[in-house]
Design a binder for this molecule. Structure first.
Ligand code: SF4
Ligand code: SF4
Length: 316
């Protein structure tokens, strides 16, 4: 496993375990089963895991840490908090629920521009205070927007990391294309900010072209590490093999070729439109009480799932 310095004090495996996929918003594996998959990744040298307050999967990570004998892994989480109180609550929840005194990386979730950054200034200030106190080791943002990284640079925010969506077909980049995102990432990197990219496979859209898609991200010099969603030991093995040798084991290549993930809306949908309002990719539309998903636009982020009052949305 290759390790890189994401920040001056954080050495991480280049492969980051994207944990959205095991939890309630996606595969919804039983906690014990999801924890086994995560613990397996830890045992194979993955020392970096990405989560979020929204994902509701801290219990998976806590169990995985127990199963793996409390290895020294880097946990990254994020929150939509915009006030000091909400940020404090988010940090305390992460510490309590993962059983960790220190959360290595804490980010503002889904930032869009300098304007949303300004709107979250109180929360960000609290995260910086936590960094001073040693409760957090690094502060950052996650984003699908080029303008968010540009905003960080314009405002001169002392961030340690950014976590942008980045893939070869620009899937999910909300306000530009992959060249715009790479240029912003390069400028952030030059300003001393570590970059860990998300969704190299475009949330599943690029699985048929997985080798080219992963090569594209891994060969981008400013990208330090890459978060990849995984749901099984086989997927862990496949991604580790690819990151180490740029080859998928034969069995994994065959499984990947068959794998297709998609979002479905169950027929007991109420047509309330809450999910359409939540989706920032414009993938959902509700008209006359009927909601449909444009799978070409959906990046399978799962963010619409928790707003549904009747649990009618599934990512399968
Ligand atoms: S439809 Fe849901 S899963 Fe798909 S991009 Fe929108 S919020 Fe994400
Ligand atoms: S939030 Fe749920 S019930 Fe409402 S439109 Fe979306 S899928 Fe249907």
């Amino acid at each position: 496993m290759e390790y890189v310095s994401l920040t001056p004090t954080l050495s991480v495996s280049r492969l980051c375990f994207g944990s959205l996929t095991v939890g309630p918003l996606q595969a919804n594996l039983p906690v014990g089963r999801g924890a086994e998959v995560i613990a397996y990744a830890f045992s194979r040298g993955v020392n970096f895991i990405d989560t979020a307050q929204l994902y509701e999967n801290y219990d998976y990570i806590k169990r995985a840490l127990e199963l793996a004998g409390h290895p020294d892994v880097i946990i990254s989480s994020k929150t939509y908090a915009y006030t000091r109180e909400l940020a404090q609550s988010a940090v305390e929840e992460a510490r309590r629920a993962t059983g960790r005194d220190v959360i290595d990386i804490f980010m503002l979730h889904e930032q869009e521009s300098e304007h949303t950054l300004r709107g979250h200034a109180e929360a960000l200030e609290y995260l910086f205070e936590c960094r001073e106190r040693g409760i957090i080791r690094a502060v950052g943002i996650s984003t699908h927007h080029v303008a968010a990284i540009r905003g960080v640079l314009k405002l001169g925010l002392p961030l340690d990391v950014v976590h942008p969506i980045y893939n070869m077909r620009s899937v999910g980049i909300a306000d530009g294309d992959v060249n715009d995102m790479r240029a912003a990432m390069e400028d952030a990197k030059a300003a001393g900010i570590g970059i860990f990219a998300m969704k190299p496979l475009g949330g599943g859209h690029l699985i048929a072209d997985a080798k080219a898609a992963l090569d594209f991200v891994l060969d981008t010099p400013c990208v330090d590490a890459v978060a990849v969603g995984m749901q099984s030991e086989d997927e862990v093995d496949a991604n580790i093999a690819y990151f180490e040798s740029r080859r998928f084991p034969e069995k994994a290549a065959a499984a990947l070729a068959k794998k297709r993930r998609r979002l479905i809306i169950e027929d007991y949908c109420l047509g309330c439109g809450k999910c359409s309002e939540r989706c920032r990719q414009g993938a959902l539309s509700t008209a006359d009480g009927v909601t449909v998903c444009d799978n070409d636009k959906c990046v399978l982020c799962g963010y619409c799932v928790p707003v549904c009052p009747v649990f009618a949305i599934k990512v399968i």
